[in-house]
Ligand binder design. Sequence first.
Ligand code: BG6
Length: 484
Amino acid sequence: MVSRVIPVETFDLVIFGGTGDLARRKILPGLFRRFLSGQMPDGSRIIGAARSDLDRAGYQQMIRDAVAEFGGAEKNDTKGLEAFIEALDYVAIDAKGEGGWAQLAGLVRQDVVQAFYFSVAPSLFGDLAERLHTHKIANAESRIVVEKPFGRDLDTARALNETLASHFDERQIYRIDHYLGKETVQNLMAVRFGNMLFEPLWNNHYVDHIQITVAETVGVGGRGAYYDKSGAMRDMVQNHLMQLLCLIAMEPPSQFGADEVRDEKLKVIRALQPVEPHHIVRGQYDAGPDGPSYREDAENPRSFTESFIAMKCEIANWRWAGVPFYMRTGKRMKARSSEITVVFKDLGHSIFEGDEARHRNILSIRLQPNEGIDLQVTIKEPGPGGMRLIDVPLDMTFADALGPDAEEVPDAYERLIMDVIRGNQTLFMRGDEVEAAWSWTDPLINGWEARNDVPKLYDAGSAGPEDALAMIHRDGRRWREIKA
Ligand code: BG6
């Protein structure tokens, strides 16, 4: 298979929070892989900036260690690693003071692509943005990258947008939702808009309902302090699941361009209806043989924060009116599995006498692990005995279909950082999109807080609380089985 690595322009990438967890686990190992693939041009530089009092050699050693700990097979390429390490520099910086800024100004070039990754607490965004300007480091073409959580409600998200907007244009701001960088999430658009087969059926005439499941086996141990203030709604639904919902439900954009795609996603979010309280089930995992309960992990014995949520949502537009979208996500569930399932309606009339079973086509898009597509079709059971029908899967696992020579799939962060350098915002969230998402989730969160809603306990290693099963059963439907 021909490699399709397209070199980007020479760049200076400054990572504020360059010694932090995200930088060491994801950003730098990812950049190293891009370097090895030949995508990072000679002369490009990555400058870590953080509070720690390190020098260049100290930072280089930190990143060598990070690649050894978090990198994949590529970490054995020691020659390549040393060449990559040469591109690294470091500045000890005081985000709220003046320390380090003159040094940074001396390092960052004005005649190459500039990107500033704000891998720091959002409370520092304003300080960083301001100093980048007063020290004349940033220019009108610089890009800045910000991470989730982008606010914790509409007001805080608006305030962050305003802070950023007072220093940078929207076309310079890259808000990361790492789900959009996942290869299989991009595949949702390829499946929908690259095939004649599905789009004509993709509406309320043919679709009975849609399910979105993002199940994780991990708990919140280690990040309980953050998570307990957030919960599954803010941590997963407001961003990752809503992005999946948008990609599944949006109208075809006129082209695969940043604003064309984001305009269509925004329309979906704006068409989302308020969710009735009895269409929301919140859960908390209990202790199990393999680990402590949520409350123990979060070190908050009275916590009402949800580690699981299931909801029935509706999109009020011509395409989707009347089609329920069931979404659920949770920690410590029975398997790690993210899947979107489109369940088509029953046949209007069966011509096969005696066939009383319900036959329906089900398209399932597996996002992770074991990425692929599975389409359930009805066929005749082979052999004599009349027209007996059975449902069989047309199962395509991408790894098998594409064969051993398929290009290695880049990690979401690698892909997204290179898109920043390339200046392509298609897979990043626009400010109005983030605000619209909070406008939909805020009243739901406020509603359960006002009701003092207590999350239902569920067994670790299960499919979530019984109430979530009951919610969909009441509609005469059932969840897809969660399996790895
Ligand atoms: C993060 C959430 O954004 O996404 C985590 O904060 C979650 O709680 C993670 O575990 C899931 O990402 P992935 O790529 O493992 O599906």
